[in-house]
Design a protein around this ligand. Structure first.
Ligand SMILES: Cc1cc2nc3c(=O)[nH]c(=O)nc-3n(C[C@H](O)[C@H](O)[C@H](O)COP(=O)(O)O)c2cc1C
Length: 270
């Protein structure tokens, strides 16, 4: 693991890079997101599990990026409590540290993204400077993660995900009941689609960071409607049909999807 290779016995990195990427994870989601960014930026970033981090390490870096999940009553993953406790009780000044936090959580819980918010509060108490607004991610929403990654690219100069330029982000505004066997209807707000003559979109279906498939959505809105309305049929999907149906059934207003204009309604094979 990177942090083992790069840390000396005294818990300091041998030759610190400019940016430190810290993850706090219990079941691996935050770690998987962090690794996606790290593998595109190995020459610029050091990566470390929060359970191996000391407060003093933060001062070796100009930028610190945190990807953290929440457990308990808005608490850190159990192995990361020591770091957070040390930070809370230290009088260290972090006045030269610029930071960004991606807070993972689930809206079903009372203290939604509680640890990310507490961490942000503590860093600011120690004079650290937020470089980006805190971003909350419900149920590992991949599109929010990628959008946040593109903001890191703009503000800290790290490499973007390889294909992120080719997709636009759409916000799900509403979902109608399944209107026919295997067909769902959604109202999407899509910024690229002021051109209402578009007939078809490709939607990249992702869940928990897994690329399930690409599906086609037929645009059925009237020209006067403020949002693009699309219908998606799962009737002709192949082996991943059940996963994609789950994705569609669980989609709700506020979810972000990756979309792009498509030329015809045939489903892609991945
Ligand atoms: C036992 C348990 C408790 C959780 N408590 C919260 C919580 O209080 N607030 C929240 O927003 N999410 C909570 N979550 C959701 C996790 O933070 C979320 O699934 C996150 O993506 C997990 O990231 P990880 O795989 O990196 O640990 C909880 C999840 C579990 C399993």
């Amino acid at each position: 693991m990177e942090q083992v290779k790069k840390q000396k016995n005294d818990n300091r990195f041998e030759t610190p890079r400019q940016i430190l990427l810290v993850y706090a994870s219990q079941t691996g989601t935050a770690k998987a997101f962090a690794r996606k960014i790290y593998v595109r930026n190995t020459d610029l970033i050091d990566i470390v599990d929060m359970q191996h981090l000391s407060v003093a390490d933060l001062r070796n870096y100009e930028y610190v990026i945190f990807i953290v999940s929440t457990y308990g009553n808005g608490e850190p993953p159990t192995p990361c409590s020591r770091f957070f406790n040390d930070l809370t009780h230290s009088s260290f000044s972090l006045s030269k540290t610029l930071f960004a936090i991606l807070a993972l959580g689930d809206k079903q819980f009372l203290h939604y993204c509680g640890f990310g918010n507490q961490l942000s509060h503590q860093l600011i108490q120690h004079q650290a400077i937020p470089r980006l607004p805190l971003t909350e991610v419900n149920r590992a929403d991949a599109a929010i993660f990628k959008h946040w990654w593109s903001k890191l690219h703009e503000t800290m100069g790290i490499q973007k995900e390889q294909d992120s330029e080719t997709w636009s982000i759409a916000t799900v505004m509403d979902k109608e009941d399944q209107v026919a066997d295997g067909t769902f209807q959604f109202a999407l707000y899509v910024r690229i689609l002021e051109n209402i003559s578009i007939e078809c979109l490709t939607v990249k279906v992702e869940q928990q960071g897994l690329n399930l498939n690409r599906i086609k959505a037929r645009v059925i809105s009237a020209a006067c409607e403020p949002f693009i309305r699309v219908a998606i049929s799962t009737a002709e999907l192949g082996s991943k049909r059940e996963d994609i149906q789950d994705f569609l059934v669980n989609s709700e207003a506020g979810d972000k999807w990756y979309v792009r204009v498509a030329s015809d309604i045939k489903h892609d094979n991945v």
